[in-house]
Design a protein around this ligand. Sequence first.
Ligand code: PEP
Ligand code: MG
Length: 755
Amino acid sequence: MMRAPGGPRLLLRRLREVMAEPVIAQARLDRIVVLIASNMVAEVCSLYVVRADGAMELFATEGLNREAVHLTTMRPGEGLVGLIASSAEPLALSDAQHHPSFSYRPETGEEIYQSFLGVPVLRGGATIGVLVVQNRARRAYSEEEIEALQTTAMLLAEMIASGELQGIASQGAPIAVRRQLSLKGLGIADGLGLGHVVMHQPRVTVSTIVADDVESELTRLETAISAMRASVDSLIDRSDDGVSGEHRDVLEAFRMIAHDRGWLRRLREAVSSGLTAEAAVERVHNDARAKLQRQTDPYLRDRLHDLTDIANRLLHQLAGQSLVLLPEELPENAILVARSMSPAALLDYDRARLRGLVLEEAGASSHIAIVARALAIPAVSDIANISEIVEQGDAIIVDGDAGEIYLRPPADVEAAYAEKARMRARRQAQYRALRDAPTVSLDGVSIGLHMNAGLLVDMPHLAETGAESIGLFRTELQFMLASRFPRPGAQQQLYRAILDAAGDRPVTFRTLDIGGDKLLPYMKGLEEENPALGWRALRIGLDRPALLRMQFRAFIRAAAGRDLKIMAPMVSTVDEFRTARAMFDRELNWSQSRGHEPPRTTSLGVMVEVPSLLWQLDEIATAADFLSVGSNDLMQYLYAVDRDNRRVANRFDPLSVGFLRALRSIADAGERHGTPVTLCGEIGGRTLEAMTLMAIGYRELSMSAPSIGPVKAMTLTLNVGEARREVEPMLAKGRENASLREPLQQLAERLGVRL
Ligand code: PEP
Ligand code: MG
């Protein structure tokens, strides 16, 4: 049995010294491989670095022909080196040349070496290099030697990840860790952002790998594990109080891992082998990741996420660093990158410094997406593994419109996006210039443009956009962001703050629209087979009158002395609305009888979003003070397409004969009865759709803040009467493929409407 001179501890100390020397990258690498070879008593030591194209390039060698450096490359999966890269596991062979994967490269002169030991250089779950030692004689490498080489590879990972080696790569071919990446995800908040990566949970860099004193290192590990367990427990307790933003089941999974015996045993073993507690966490995690990453079972892959999170928590505990970046540490032009993030955490950051947000997991209707949109932060989610791929400070572009990100973009892409962002800013400036202009069409038709909101942070947009009112305030967002049912006081406080922020402009509050896709984590028993057709919105309010009454009371108190407008979602029959109105009246009387100042005026409306109302329009237009069309749901129910199911959501076009006829009938009913009609679904915010809505009789549209400028600019170039004359026959005639998008687009062009 050969003994390494000085052992791994000495080797790592020497390597650290070499890494700190002020020499060029190649000279440093050359010294490193000599040191490793001599310490491991091997004739050969070579380092391969994985390039962006997946090939492995020989970057340094002691023992093989020096001429082969930067010349020899192995294709992805080729040879023993390729096998290690793809398996992310060590490989030790006493007779390498007879291994089926062995691939002989004459320029290296490696035919005389029989024994082979290679380990992956790992970073964030990916192989970024392969470190190899070879011996002339046949020999078996011991477990200790394999571990020593793995430990050395951890140190090299830092060097490769620093990007220092990029300058010496063959013909400047990009190496994997610094490669440019264009990744497609899901755009969850519109806009373009250029900046630099700031990790919401920064990784801890493990710099001391070998421990001086195993016993004290074991104690450090145990102390950190206890502290981490306690912090997870306290998060679980706080999740009951509604303080934490994390979901309880995720925290429970953390707790399970934190008490997992196998995991703890592996950590202790790694420390006992001589690693520092930090290096042990990283090593054990790298091994687990290599195994779990090959799993296709989504459950096991989720566990990998949890495992990564808990390892990260433990590392922060050991390093004495706070787990998340402190909001005041945020640099300018920051693009936040996180696996997932609670809305509260996002709200903590200084908005003025944020340029974008990239997440691994968050749906378009998730809470974080809602908050990102309210704050106008471009955001993309569904980018697998992003928090592992990026390095702090990497250049990055977030394209929330296209749902794409560019990591380390080349200069031309960056320039193109910078230009796009400038154009966008110019357009925004034009819209701002229109802010105070009345929204009147070329033929003198006045159009009311209103804003949809749901959070207090939405409110500054009201003045910025010049919207006439809040046409839809989605009260459920407060409930969705909280981790327990908001008390009446909190509801009233929010509604008052909203009315204060709106000043003279009216606010239309919508009663709770929960159920369906909007589940409250703390309201159990709402899971249903077919939630869109289930117990939701007003249906819950009517069955649990205490809930609805509590909300009515909060509205009434908040609006003392002011105008109060409320509308009910998911009304299917006229008598549902009448029941709700009777409840409201009772609440109003009760409040007055107790001496509370009543609202100056009250007005109760109905969302038209369940198709059954289309055949009760005269009755509902008489019963309600106003109607507001929820085109998102109306489209979903009329065409039987789940609005959140990407496979079918865009199967039918809202600009179809059927849907437009339905919409027109609502506007006509409003006109017949003198009942104001607004439309507050997404289509109202799209210019071609808005033009069409005006042509079929809509005069009030409520939309998200960024849409107001474009729709106003469109209206100023539109002759509503002329459009109406052209659209009427299209609707009368129908069309076999149903969508009128193309002819409407041509019409806009012909009429010179700015879309
Ligand atoms: C709608 O359904 O169109 C609507 C405005 O409400 P929500 O999107 O909140 O269901
Ligand atoms: Mg709706």
